[in-house]
Structure formats: C-alpha cells, structure tokens
Design a protein around this ligand. Structure first.
Ligand SMILES: [Zn+2]
Length: 477
C-alpha cells in the first residue's frame, strides 16, 4: 500500500469528523452524521489497510486503523445507544427530566435528598435500559480486536502505544496507598464548607455538587473570563494561537453543548475553542483546559505528517491542557489575574477536588486493566464498585461499570498527563520563577514543545526536556 495516500485520506477523514463534531456540539446544526463520514472513508479501516500498515513501521497509523476497525464494527450499536440515551427521561416525584441533563441538574441541586433520588433514578435507567446495549458493544468490540490478532484491548493498546500500562498500574497503586491516610483530612474541610456534610454522610450523588463549589462563584466573575484568558496569553508573549489559527466561539446558541471543548479541525490552521458559560470557577478551569489544547494544536509545525499533528500519545496534549488549567488554582495567578487577595479557599478546593479525581482515576485504571484483559468479565461490576468505593470512600454503585470506561485506555492518557504537567510546571517555575506565566521566555519554551505536535510520547518529551522519567509518583509532591 502507499502510506502517503493513506495519510492524505486519514487527514480528510479527521477534518470531516472534527468539523461535524464542532458544528453539532456548537449548536450550529442538528444532525450529527458521523456514520456517513465513516462510510465514505471505510477503506481506512479495512483488514487490507490494517495489514498494509503492519509493515509500514508506523504504529501510530496502525493504532488509528485498528481502533477505527473496532469503532466501525460497533457503529450501528453506538448509534442505537446515542438515540436511546437521548430519548430516556428520569422521573423524579412526577417531574420528568431528560436523562442526559440529569447530571447537570444534580450538580446544581442543593438538597441532598433530591440529589440521591436523582442519582438512584439515573442508575436504574442505566442498568435496565442502557447496560444491555453497552454489554453487547463490549462483547462485539472484544471479538473484533481478537479478529485482528490481539488477545485483548489491553494487549493491543500496550503494543501500539508503546505505553507500559502494567507499570502505570503499579505507580497508581502506590499513589493510592501513599495518599490513603491523609485523604479524608484533605477533602473533609472543603466538603463541610460546600455541602455541610462529612465523609460519614457523603454519597456519590454529592460529588458533582462538591466539585461545582458554588461558594467560590463570586471570585470568578463571568465578565472577567475572556479578558483573563487574553491577559494570560499576552503574559506569555503569545497571541491567541499562532496568528489567526484559533477561532474562539463564545456566542450563545440554544443547542450549544453545556461543556466547553476544543475541535482541531485542521491542524494547525483551524482550531475551534468553543465556550459555554455556566458560571463560577469551573468555567475558568474548563476554558483554560481547552485553551491548553487549542494553543498546542495551533502551534504544531504544519510540515509534520498527519499522525504527529492529529494522532499520537494524547498524554501530551492533555498535559498542556492541565498546565493551563492548573493556573486557575495557582495563588500567584489568582492574585495577578483576578485580584484575589486570599486564594486559600480556592487552592484548598482545587486540591481537594483533584485528590478525589486522582484517586478515582487510579482505581479506574486498576479496574480497566482487568476489564480490558483477556479474562472472563462476569462479576467485574463487583470489582468496579469495590475499587471505586475504596478509593473515593463513598458507596460507589455498580451500575456504571461499563459506561464509566474510556475507549482504548484514555484513562492512561489522563494519568500520564497529570504526571507530565507536574514535571512541566516544576521546570517552568525553576527556570522562570513563580510568575512564569508572565515571562515571554516561558512562552518560547512552550512554543517549541507545541511545534512538535505528538511526535514524541509524553515520556520521550519529558526525557528530552529535563532528563526525568515520567512517573506518576511525581503527583505525591
Ligand atoms: Zn482535555
């Protein structure tokens, strides 16, 4: 096969897919016709293409093709799933709430009893209506991976990504053990401040309301959101994107997604940063996270092949996203950019929320290593509930054992990105001081790193930058 022809078609496909995603979730069009895009480019994911790529030496392209093969094979089921999920309604004391909106409503619900009732109703629907389809998708996906010659998703991901998932699993186990003793003491003061409850009464139903932290809303005014973002880029000597490449879509539309997102439609020339304002600290966090992706993609060297501009190790782009996101909990940034004189509660809230998240993700990868291995999956819903309950210290329901799974170990990208971000931030502080975000030199370092796209894995990029090994235990500091 001609690999350059394959690259050109892959780029056309990725651009079409991201444009469809952008237009639908920005509320610009109702339809979401990704099935047609897959059909138009079915050749990218054929057995023939996959076998051709096996000899090409590009494991990144082979990974793209193999994952696409699996997604193609389950696309009718995923379409069926999306339509069913969109049609479901939760019944709460005679009031009907669309299933997909129930989580947002739950996050903003002040009454703990109503939060629990909503969560219970959501889990019942998930278990009765959605899990049978998810189970069918899981089994079919596993069968397709075996058709391609790998015993499991785990084996396929390890081979094609070059990431040692077992080693990451050992590092995250060590993190869980090391943070166990202080976990409740770190989180409890903020739990009491936001929800007026402690771990003795905490339920999973309360977690999203906890992350929402409404008591901090006043410190993060809506009208300062975009100016703060612009000032942060200016401080680093950056325009928004390499000139003109990032298009900020902040216009309100009725059907716009309630979550901000970044759509790299053409890398690096056309990257959308889509914002929706809900209010408070989470808007700032989300904007900065997505901005980290947008700056990364918009600064990639246009002469790199498609696999290093769009594909590769997503721990890299997520690492830059976490670096920008982390500014919203940096006392110096909070003081300089938002004039917050006492950043203590913000810093404590961010630290507490992050610890809950990290421990949850550590438990998730331990569970996913089992689920996506080659063993029997009967009874793994019990393992899921037990691992998550032990990590987060709440009674975690079994119902989300299949819905709470990221495709092809994206969980590992987040975990590795948190580690990469910790190293990057430490390096920028050492070289440019506490106010590194006001130094053009720091912007210069980032620009150079961004230009390489995802040519290197996160561990390779870190080794080149500082000589350090990427290890999750960096988070313990
Ligand atoms: Zn991200």
């Amino acid at each position: 096969m001609n690999v350059d022809d394959y690259r050109a078609e892959a780029e056309t496909f990725l651009t079409a897919l991201d444009r469809e995603y952008y237009e639908h979730f920005a509320g610009r069009k109702d339809d979401f016709e990704i099935e047609a895009i897959y059909e138009r480019h079915a050749g990218l994911f054929s057995r023939e293409a996959i076998d051709g790529l096996r000899d090409s030496g590009s494991s990144t392209l082979l990974k793209f093709a193999a994952e696409g093969y699996v997604e193609q094979g389950v696309k009718e089921l995923s379409g069926q799933f999306a339509r069913l999920e969109a049609s479901l309604e939760v019944d709460l004391d005679g009031e009907t709430i669309p299933y997909r909106q129930a989580a947002v409503i739950q996050a903003n619900e002040r009454d703990p009893e109503r939060r629990r009732a909503l969560e219970h109703a959501r889990n019942e629907l998930l278990d009765a209506r959605l899990n049978p389809l998810l189970r069918e998708m899981f089994d079919r996906g596993r069968g397709l991976v075996r058709e391609l010659g790998w015993p499991s998703v785990r084996a396929m991901t390890e081979e094609l990504s070059g990431i040692d998932l077992a080693a990451l699993g050992r590092q995250t186990e060590a993190f869980l053990a090391a943070t166990e003793a202080d976990y409740e003491a770190t989180v409890e003061p903020r739990l009491r401040a936001e929800l007026d409850i402690g771990f003795d009464r905490l339920a999973r139903a309360d977690l999203m309301a906890f992350f929402r932290a409404p008591s901090l809303d006043g410190l993060f005014p809506e009208e300062r959101l975009l100016p703060t973002f612009d000032a942060t880029l200016a401080g680093l000597g950056l325009q928004n994107g390499s000139p003109g490449n990032v298009i900020v879509d902040a216009e309100p539309r009725p059907k716009k997604s309630p979550r901000a997102f970044c759509a790299p439609v053409r890398v690096p020339e056309e990257v959308y940063l889509v914002l929706t304002r809900i209010g408070g600290r989470e808007d700032y966090e989300t904007l900065m996270h997505e901005a980290g992706h947008a700056e990364h993609f918009s600064h990639v060297d246009p002469s790199l092949p498609v696999e290093y501009r769009y594909l590769g190790d997503n721990s890299v782009t997520e690492g830059f996203a976490f670096l920008f996101q982390h500014l919203t909990e940096d006392p110096a940034w909070l003081e300089r950019r938002l004039g917050i004189a006492d950043p203590g509660p913000v810093v404590e809230q961010a630290r507490a929320s992050k610890l809950v998240f990290l421990r949850r993700y550590c438990a998730k990868i331990a569970y996913e290593l089992e689920l996506q291995g080659d063993g029997e999956i009967e009874g793994l819903d019990e393992l899921y509930a037990r691992r998550l309950s032990e990590a987060v210290h709440v009674d975690w329901p079994k119902a989300s054992w299949l819905s709470d799974v990221d495709p092809f170990f994206y969980v590992a990208a987040y975990l590795r990105a948190w580690a990469l971000e910790t190293h990057l931030r430490r390096e920028l502080r050492e070289r440019f001081g506490e106010l590194w975000f006001e130094e053009a030199g720091a912007g210069e370092v980032l620009r150079e790193l961004w230009s390489t796209g995802q040519r290197e894995r996160a561990d390779e990029l870190l080794r080149r930058l500082t000589g350090a090994e990427l290890d999750f235990s960096a988070l313990l500091d």
